[in-house]
Design a protein around this ligand. Structure first.
Ligand code: MSP
Length: 526
């Protein structure tokens, strides 16, 4: 079957520690893109999962005095529970200890070995235990020490298997030159090109001797070794998409591939995804048009610092959701960062945006609109003939929204798409104040204008409920429920048109959508 599905994946999370807000951001971003594509009428396959092998996992499990399998099962459960709480709507789940995956990794290794793409060699040099990779003198500081990011660095001499990465680097350079759109945002491309140039001549060590690592996928042609965790993990994007699948339970690979967006953080573009992964695919015979697109996002930091156990500044998404709910957290994570850039996480900002944008702007708009329809028109929209500039301005803004919104969403700029929606929400709130329905209601002579104002508000809210749905799906549904506005089966963005609510449409009861949170923190305006 030819490709007919929008295929989106995320990095698979390490199972050495429980999830934090950074992991949550990436998955929510992918979920919003997936939901947006579905809303546009596309078939979507969204794959996410966990990275369960490697030395870090083996060490963490050993420290805890449990076996690695028990350890990863425990952490995997935490990731899954978080994704459920955050309302992620994914289609496929990747666990690298799964037999399906192991079989594909082994088949790939065997093929590359048979094709002469893998050779054995002895390496003697430096090895970063933390990053699970060999490093060279180039990484050393002038005073002879190593940068903190490498953690403990040891000297090793060992035999291993190497993938002939160097043979594919010239192709990769040329490919990136002719296909710059395969890396988004574009400023990441030059970083990647530099890394490819710097890697010239080097091969990739893809095995680890069992003497120091047993928690991995055995090399199919040498049982003394296991597979390097990155070679194993990167393969998940194809193994769980049905590549070489014999079970028939996975999707048809041809219908998914190439992946439309590998959503990854900036630190794993180089070298893992941008160099290793693209060269692995090339070595396997994937043609240029089947090389995936990388969507590289930035990081959430805390007061400019990286979130880490060492700094003791890890933010637990569950604690935040207790305050603002899943939609509150999703909204903050999507609206307070520009895709590709970093942002600073703060509790104060989260509460501020919750109260300001969700409770005041959106929640109040819905609440007062429904209450006025009830109070002044018995809970139903009336027909009207009135037209004025305020009405037509609001309508033109709503009609201009799809273009603005889609332009941003097509390029994964969720915060900018949300800003375009919030412009309409603010315009509606200003419209309520300008039209003052409570004053119109005092004189029967204004009934026609009043009906037009209330119709414009309800209809605009129906549109808003659609555009916010990829980011805050629960709230979108609640709005539609309160408006009694149902989307027909098969509804897509193309069906959005002015006049979705008809004359006589009965609206439902107003219930607070996002009750304001009154805390000391929320009173500050950060
Ligand atoms: N297991 C590897 C990825 C293998 S993909 C074949 C890995 N795991 S991770 O758990 O360390 O990170 C998973 C993803 O979470 C990465 O894309 C990373 O960028 C993202 N984040 C982790 N912390 C983050 C922030 N503080 N902010 C935003 N995202 C960050 O790397």
């Amino acid at each position: 079957m030819p490709k007919d599905t929008y295929y989106i994946t995320t990095a698979i999370d390490y199972t050495n520690a429980p999830p934090h807000i950074g992991h949550a951001y990436e998955k929510v971003l992918a979920d919003c893109i997936a939901r947006y594509q579905r809303l546009g009428g596309k078939k979507v396959y969204f794959l996410t999962g966990v990275d369960q092998h490697g030395q870090k996992v083996q060490q963490t499990a050993a420290t805890a005095g449990i076996n690695p399998a028990t350890h990863v099962a425990k952490i995997t459960k935490k990731f899954k529970a978080l994704w459920e709480a955050l309302n992620l709507d994914y289609d496929g789940w990747a666990e690298t200890t799964d037999d399906v995956h192991k079989r594909v990794v082994k088949a790939i290794l065997r093929k590359l070995h048979d094709d002469g793409q893998i050779h054995k060699a002895t390496y003697s040099g430096f090895y970063s235990v933390k990053e699970e990779q060999y490093i060279t003198e180039k990484e050393r500081n002038e005073d002879g020490t190593w940068e903190a990011k490498w953690g403990e660095v040891v000297e090793l001499e060992e035999e291993n298997y190497y993938f002939k990465l160097s043979e594919h680097l010239p192709w990769l350079l040329e490919f990136l030159k002719t296909n710059p759109d395969r890396v988004y945002p574009d400023f990441r491309l030059s970083q990647l090109v530099n890394a490819v140039e710097a890697a010239a001549g080097s091969d990739l060590c893809i095995s680890r001797p069992k003497e120091r690592l047993t928690w991995g996928i055995e090399i199919p042609f040498d049982s003394d070794f296991v597979t390097y965790v990155w070679f194993d993990a990167l393969t998940n994007y194809i193994s769980f998409a049905g590549y070489l699948d014999e079970s028939g339970e996975l999707p048809d690979f041809e219908s998914l591939w190439p992946c439309d967006a590998h959503v990854i953080g900036k630190e794993i573009l180089v070298p893992a995804h941008g160099v290793y992964w693209l060269c692995m695919l090339h070595a396997l015979g994937f043609p240029d048009e089947h090389i995936p697109r990388l969507l590289v996002h930035g990081w959430w930091n805390i007061k400019g610092e990286k979130m880490s156990k060492t700094f003791g500044n890890i933010v637990d998404p569950h604690e935040l959701m207790e305050k603002v709910g899943a939609d509150g957290l999703r909204y903050y994570l999507m609206s307070d960062i520009s895709t590709g850039q970093d942002s600073d996480f703060s509790d104060e900002r989260l509460l501020f945006r919750f109260n300001q944008d969700l409770a005041n702007d959106l929640g109040n708009l819905l609440n007062r609109t429904l209450n006025m329809i009830k109070r002044y028109q018995g809970g139903a929209l009336s027909g009207f003939t009135h037209e004025d500039e305020l009405n037509s301005n609001l309508r033109s803004q709503v009609e201009a929204l799809p273009d603005k919104y889609m332009k941003e969403m097509e390029y994964f700029q969720v915060s900018k798409a949300l800003a375009a929606v919030w412009e309409i929400i603010s315009a509606c709130n200003a419209y309520v104040d300008q039209c003052a329905p409570w004053a119109l209601a005092k004189d029967e002579a204004n009934a026609d204008r009043l009906a037009s104002v209330l119709y414009h508000l309800a209809e605009t809210l129906a549109h808003i409920s659609i555009y916010i749905s990829p980011v805050i799906p629960n709230a979108a549904e609640k709005i539609r429920h309160q408006l009694r506005f149902e989307l027909k089966e098969g509804f897509t963005l193309e069906n959005v048109t002015w006049g979705m609510l008809s004359t006589g449409h009965e609206t439902g009861k107003a219930k607070p959508l996002f009750p304001r949170l009154e805390t000391d923190e929320s009173k500050k305006n950060p």
